[in-house]
Design a protein around this ligand. Structure first.
Ligand code: MN
Length: 227
């Protein structure tokens, strides 16, 4: 069977830290409410099992400027540890999950909080709240052999130099390995998958002109301006 090409079509990809390589993005999975303090600020007890949702692969952006999306008056930041998979599978054990990891990145799960609140109230999907264009700003991927102790790493986000979110990845309800294992019961995971692993407390609104600076110890930094 011969292939065909649409001129201008682009496979979304993310730079790999310290190399000329790029990581081609297949799917973006996200975990909701994976830190107890954030779950509480969103009105949960903090003990519910995390929810999974996704974003389109081309929602990733490494651009220094991120456009304020249309159709919202309450754009929120959620800083997250992102896991990039070198391989996947079905029913991966949490012991085998570590071997699936290619590397880690700093990501921000941008959220139209007003549309998410409406969706939650109406029992409707989160696509418009979470899966919009440019909704997944991400740092270059730090290969796992070069990353620090990501399971016990300070994670933070500041807006215009003022600290908004400050936590530690050790506070995750489900660990990276458990998230990969659980996702693989629902989806066949593959190389190129990204997993946003949830955000600590302190989420809040962004306005045009805001400078967002986020950091995960041992992984990297991510900075962008909302325009
Ligand atoms: Mn999130």
């Amino acid at each position: 069977m011969s292939g065909w090409v649409i001129q201008g079509a682009v496979v979304p990809s993310v730079p790999v830290l310290g190399t000329e390589d790029r990581f081609p993005v297949r799917r973006i999975f996200c975990v909701g409410q994976n830190y107890a303090d954030h779950a509480r600020e969103m009105g949960s007890s903090g003990r519910e099992t995390p929810v999974f949702f996704d974003k389109p692969a081309d929602a990733v952006t490494t651009a220094p400027e991120v456009p304020y999306p249309p159709a919202t008056g309450n754009l929120h930041h959620e800083v997250e540890l992102v896991v990039a998979l070198a391989k996947g599978g079905r029913n991966v054990s949490s012991e085998a999950a570590a071997e699936c990891v290619f590397g880690y990145a700093v990501g921000v799960d941008l959220t139209r909080r007003d549309l998410q609140a409406e969706a939650k109230k109406g029992g409707k999907p989160w696509t418009a709240a979470k899966g919009f264009d440019h909704s997944a700003p991400i740092s270059p991927i730090c290969p796992r052999e070069r990353a620090g102790a990501v399971h016990q790493a300070a994670i933070s986000l500041a807006v215009n130099g003022l600290m908004r979110q400050q936590g530690n990845t050790s506070e995750m309800i489900w660990s990276v390995a458990e998230v990969i294992a659980e996702l693989s019961r629902l989806f066949e995971l593959k190389a190129g998958d990204l997993v946003f692993t949830g955000t600590p407390a302190g989420v809040g609104p962004l306005e045009r002109g805001d400078v967002v600076g986020s950091r995960i110890e041992g992984v990297g930094t991510l900075a962008f301006t909302i325009v």
